[in-house]
Design a protein around this ligand. Sequence first.
Ligand code: SAM
Length: 370
Amino acid sequence: DGLTRATPQFPRYARVNVMRTSIEAMAEMLKASFVENSTRESNCGDSMNLKRSIFMDPHVPDLLVMHPSASSFLHQDHDAVKSGKIVLQDKSSCFSALALARGNPNISLNCDFIDACAAPGNKTTHLAALVAASLADVSRTTKKGKNLTQSSTIFAFERSSSRFKTLKSRIDAIVPSSSLNKSSTKVVVQPLLSDFLKSDSKDPQFANVRGILLDPSCSGSGIVNSLDRWLEDAETDGNKDDPTTGTKADRIKSLSNFQLVALTHAMSFPSVDRIVYSTCSVNNEENELVVGKALSEVNKTINGSVGDEWILVAPACLDHWPRRGNPEIGGLSKTQAQCLIRCDGLDGDETNGFFVSYFERKRVRSESED
Ligand code: SAM
């Protein structure tokens, strides 16, 4: 039709950090900011009221949804963002920690976690908030005169030293230093300047790790909202238009190889029972293909020795999310693809393009347990 397609305008999403403040306090503060920032606009009335509305997201708890124009005042330099009360995070990127913490409501979160590729720390700090809320709930319901201390450490790996600095400062701002509170729950985030691929899955410090969040470097091909560009890995960013680093297809192949190695390494941790693998890419090679290859590689090895099996599970917390994975890529069946979550920024999802997979380990009971 000769017209250029405009980049879609997404709502402004703001994740409220309930470890530091409340939804009500942040909603009040944002309402006041809307009024302050729109007094210069003459056009009041219904459309202005709609522009100033603040909604709760139907899928992600604690996520506020606002008109895109809120980005004019709610940005990285806003006091509430700098002080860690609000995290500016796209809705799709909240699905990773949510799936790990609430993918299966029957699994306890009273354990340790690893975030394998953590900087700048949006998903690490989201996981910390979800774990803290769950442990506080458990200790409320089990408190029958006993002082039960629930605790969790989240080990946050980052191999780039410059991105590690950002990770550390975001953790300091967002996670209360000792969140040991009235309900006797404690969540500690321990940043590690270290390569996850070189980590020892049998290291005793990881003996209580039951869950891994793996959100590795990717092509970032799903990011359509330019406000979120900074999330991408600096390394892949730098390579984008450099002809010496090969074609786009070569780059995606090498990312896909790295992602597969990282996912199978995560699956090799003996104490780990659940994993989330996510990317902000829309390429099958970085998503379904990696998932399919990892399942066939790991289940072949495990079946040869112990007999445990890794399976894909549809995260219960995202039951109502309609867009699912692509079948027949990497040997995935239709049923397996239905477990996968996809977001499409150019097809009405009002998020960046994103991919989330949630795995659980099915342990084979040894005879001594029977
Ligand atoms: N999960 C992060 C968030 O939501 O804020 C974004 C992660 S970004 C897509 C990937 C990060 O993984 C980059 O900071 C990159 O430096 C780091 N990384 C890549 N390979 C790694 C490895 N082998 N070990 C640890 N970190 C790695």
